[in-house]
Design a protein around this ligand. Structure first.
Ligand code: HEC
Length: 112
């Protein structure tokens, strides 16, 4: 029981540490953005799947999306129907990074 509790605590701490390191990286250099793939894995795979195609809870197949980065940013920030609004969960930099990452799933040509 204790072991279970310990490992649960450690993973939460690890997550916070990783987040803090990512934030520090961004603010100190300005050049390195948060890791869009990490943000996606943590916040989006539950509905969209790791390749963007899962479509759980009515989620759109991101590989078929033709939305621009700006349109995606609006949806990720404000949510839409069953999609969670991430404006208060993620920083603007994390949203930018995850939107760019979502564009890598595209099997259609997406206007920037
Ligand atoms: C709770 C489930 C859920 C989670 C978590 C979720 N989404 Fe969605 N997403 C949806 C649903 C449902 C839609 C379709 C909304 C609609 O148009 O009705 C959607 C639509 C989208 C669209 C628009 C696609 C299109 O072509 O219309 C994008 C882009 C998107 N999600 C990106 C993300 C990103 C990036 C994340 C993580 C930060 C995320 N989603 C997390 C459920 C989710």
């Amino acid at each position: 029981m204790l072991i279970v509790l310990n490992s649960a605590c450690e993973s939460a701490e690890d997550q916070i540490r990783r987040k803090t390191e990512a934030a520090q990286k961004t603010s100190s250099s300005g050049a390195s953005a948060p890791d869009g793939m990490a943000v996606f894995r943590k916040n989006c795979v539950v509905c969209h799947g790791s390749n963007g195609k899962l479509g759980l809870n009515g989620a759109k197949d991101l590989s078929q999306s033709t939305l621009t980065a700006a349109e995606r940013t609006a949806i990720v920030t404000n949510g839409k129907n069953l999609m969670t609004p991430f404006g208060k969960i993620l920083t603007a930099e994390e949203i930018d990074a995850v939107v760019l990452y979502s564009l890598t799933f595209s099997e259609k040509s997406t206007p920037q």
